[in-house]
Design a protein around this ligand. Structure first.
Ligand code: NAD
Length: 171
């Protein structure tokens, strides 16, 4: 059986990793889809699709899941009503989708595809929004992501970029 796990992964954190480990106990293979792949350099989406792909492969390399996962990007489309078909046409075949995103759950359910909602892992702590806030405020965030992801972000000026694109030009 092959599962699909979709997220923006801005950035990929230990909550995502915990979900992935749970999925790996239930299926043989996992397609990890990087959603909103066209987005980057904004306060909500600081990292490019390619950078997020590198982060995820680095994190998978820390675990024994590397051989069982395919990571692939997916751009958004402006028509939610046909998004499930768009997804199916762009990524490897899958049997079940794992998500807690209400829109994803709704659209996948309407398309007649099996959906499973994984449990949340300390959502207040492990959340992209919370981690980006810590980065902007120059507080410690690195323990909330896999070590290889923290290293990638620091080596590639990710925090500085996030702070820069979050600035306003009004005084
Ligand atoms: P995300 O990175 O915020 O989260 C990914 C998944 O991980 C979600 O299911 C979320 O519930 C789960 N998660 C996050 N923190 C967790 C934690 N601490 N413990 C357990 N689970 C946790 O990404 P997202 O916003 O859900 O990504 C959905 C993607 O689908 C987006 O890119 C969105 O644009 C895309 N999408 C696009 C369309 C369209 O193009 N029309 C329609 C629907 C969805």
């Amino acid at each position: 059986m092959r599962a699909l796990y979709i997220g923006r992964f801005q950035p990929y954190h230990l909550g995502h990793q915990a979900v992935l480990e749970k999925i790996a106990k239930e299926v043989e293979e996992i397609v990890i889809v990087i959603g909103s792949a066209q987005e980057s350099h904004t306060p909500e989406n600081p990292f490019t699709g390619g950078e997020r792909m590198e982060m995820i492969y680095a994190a998978l390399g820390e675990s024994d899941l590397r051989e069982r996962c395919i990571v692939t990007p997916l751009q958004d489309i402006k028509r939610n009503s046909v998004w499930a078909s768009h997804l199916q046409s762009m990524v490897p075949r899958f049997d079940v989708v794992y998500s807690n995103n209400p829109l994803v759950v709704q659209l996948i359910g309407e398309a007649g595809i099996q959906i499973r909602k994984p449990p949340m892992y300390q959502r207040d702590l492990y959340s992209g929004t919370a981690i980006r806030k810590l980065m902007r405020e120059k507080c410690d965030w690195s323990g909330l992501v896999p070590a290889s992801v923290a290293a990638f972000i620091m080596e590639n000026g990710g925090v500085e970029r996030l702070i820069s694109v979050s600035k306003s030009d009004s005084f």
